[in-house]
Structures are given as C-alpha cells and as structure tokens.
Design a protein around this ligand. Structure first.
Ligand SMILES: Nc1ncnc2c1ncn2[C@@H]1O[C@H](COP(=O)(O)OP(=O)(O)OP(=O)(O)O)[C@@H](O)[C@H]1O
Ligand SMILES: [Mg+2]
Length: 305
C-alpha cells in the first residue's frame, strides 16, 4: 500500500520522479527524515583516543623563572601536567627543556649558580616543602644516556626499592616488585629469567629499559624523561615509545625530545620552548596541526622538512 504520509519538502531520497538505475528489491520507507548522529571522536576508530585517558592535574608550574648566575634559562613559564597524559617538551638546543625538566624534581638546585622564582606544585603542594627523598620517589627521572649501576640486573632495580626502605628488605621480599618493574618496562621476557647477569652487558636499548624499570619500581606518580631514545637505535626507540604509551595509563609522563615525529606519536600535550620562553602549549594535534605562533610553525615545519 502506498504510504501517503507527509514527509516534508521534496527529498531526492523519496522522490519517485527521479529514475533509479536499478529496480529496488525492497524499499524501506522511513516515517520521518533520518537524522544523522554525529560520531564522537572516541567512537571513531580513525581518531586516536588521547584525551580520553586524561586524569587529574598532578603538577602545576606557575611563572617559573630559572637563572644560572644572572642569565635566565627558563622565563616565566606556566603549564600543568596531568595523570594519564604525556607532555612533550620540544624546542631548539639550549632553549631550557632540560632545565625545566630537572626543576620538577629539584635537580636544578644541585647547580650552585641556579636560582628559581615562581611555583612548582605537586598535588597543590610546593615541591620545596617536600623532602628531596620523598619527592624523587614520587617524581622519577630517566636520563639521555642509560646509566645502569655496575651491578646485576636484579640489584639495579632492587637498589631503587631498598634505598626507599629503611629496613633494607631481602631478595625474597622484593623479588616480585623487581620482576613486576622489569615486566612493565618490557624487559622481563627478553631476560629469560637470568636477572643475575651484569647490567652493563645488556644492549643500549635494554639498559635504557632497565633504567626505566628502576625508575618505575617504586611506583612514582610522575616520570620525567630527558631524550630517553636519543642514544638508541630505531627498534629500541619504538619499544620505548610503546612503553611510554602503556605507562601513561598509570602516571604522568614528561618527555624531552628533539624528535618531532616521536613527540607527535607519544604526546598528548606539547610545550614548545624558544630561548627560555614557553612559546606555545597545547594539545598535540593543535601544536603540530594548527600552531598559533609563527615561531612554532617555523620550528615544526622546518623540522618536518
Ligand atoms: N649548569 C649550568 N650552568 C650554567 N648554565 C647552564 C647550565 N645548564 C644549562 N645552562 C644554560 O641554560 C640554557 C638552557 O640549557 P638546557 O640544558 O636547559 O637546554 P636544552 O633545551 O635542554 O638544550 P639541549 O636540547 O641541547 O639539551 C643554555 O643556555 C645553557 O647553556
Ligand atoms: Mg637538554
């Protein structure tokens, strides 16, 4: 039977006067106009899910200026660091990335000429109010050059756990923690159970993952990484990038990198620094795809060739 309900103004979908190329076998007649449903980014498999993992703010840097002698290396920088996110610090050599990173767990103050103005807060508390030992347990760091201690693989990770523990626990007590850290750092399976061999005999990529295992063994809340892949081959770098993606589920990650493709792959937020200034800070797709500042555009486009 013919459907005579009024479906509104002429619609080519329903217009009988438009000849169809193939005879319809069966036509479904909607009783109202179809309304397209907007696809949410998290439902679209082609859009990487990024901010979905964003958790609460863990660290906040406010009007931070760091000087060596009289010379400012970081100038009036403000930004925030969230759990579940990776923040990439990018910018040309000497722009203050390492200085900013080291300030987050009070390493800059080991340089006698360094002075600081402004606030650095961890969960709202000024980091100077937190003891250095407690702070570095909560904010761990991985350096550019893998720096395992000249001891066994097991002892490298065990050291980090024991140093936090006044009672100096024995091997049995901490074995599961060591194994867990090596597993989370993606190294355990490769070691085939032999944790007693010297750490210095591992490859560079394995040494860096061991250093990451050591850094995460005490369950820090923030992980700082200063060019962690720059001394590694592409395969080891790729393993570490996967690892960063995994780790960010449970903590906040701040990574300094000169590799913009890497920043694009791993970061949720990007901070572009230039001569100590924070020129741009925003979501990774905005900073790389639609930079607000000309200087950011020049840097991003130049480095991408
Ligand atoms: N210990 C120090 N004493 C004096 N000046 C320093 C010290 N460390 C860094 N600087 C200066 O502070 C500025 C910022 O240096 P920083 O190492 O933070 O830069 P960066 O962005 O990490 O560079 P790179 O990409 O080369 O590692 C530079 O001008 C540098 O010379
Ligand atoms: Mg540096």
């Amino acid at each position: 039977m013919e459907d005579t309900r009024d479906l509104g103004p002429a619609d080519p979908f329903l217009d009988r006067s438009v000849p169809s190329l193939a005879p319809p076998v069966r036509r479904l007649r909607p009783d109202r106009r179809p309304v397209p449903v907007p696809v949410k980014p998290e439902d679209d498999p082609l859009i990487p899910v990024r901010d979905a993992a964003a958790g609460p703010e863990r660290m906040r840097v406010e009007n931070l200026t760091i000087r060596y002698g009289g010379e400012a290396a970081v100038k009036d920088v403000s930004l925030s660091i969230h759990q579940g996110q990776v923040l990439a610090l990018i910018g040309p050599s000497g722009c203050g990335k390492t200085t900013l990173l080291r300030t987050l767990n009070r390493l800059t103050e080991t340089t006698t000429s360094a002075t600081r103005e402004g606030d650095v807060l961890l969960d709202g508390e000024e980091i100077e109010q937190i003891s250095v030992t407690a702070l570095r347990r909560r904010i761990a760091m991985v350096f550019q050059q893998p720096n395992p201690f000249p001891m066994s693989i097991f002892d490298n990770v065990a050291y980090a756990i024991r140093v936090q523990n006044a009672k100096r626990p024995g091997r049995r007590e901490i074995e599961h923690q060591v194994v867990d850290a090596l597993r989370r750092a993606g190294l355990h399976d490769e070691l085939a159970g032999d944790l007693d061999r010297p750490a210095l005999r591992l490859s560079g990529g394995q040494q860096q993952r061991l250093c990451i295992a050591r850094a995460i063994a005490t369950k820090p809340e923030v992980l700082l990484m200063d060019e962690p892949c720059s001394a590694l081959d592409p395969k080891s770098s790729a393993i570490i990038e996967d690892l960063i993606a995994e780790l960010r589920r449970e903590l906040a990650v701040v990574i300094v990198t000169h590799n913009l493709a890497q920043a694009h792959r791993v970061a949720d937020k990007v901070a572009f620094m230039y001569l100590g200034d924070l020129v741009e800070y925003g979501d990774v797709d905005q900073v790389f795809g639609a930079p607000r500042a000309q200087r950011t555009r020049d840097y991003v486009e130049g480095a991408f060739g």
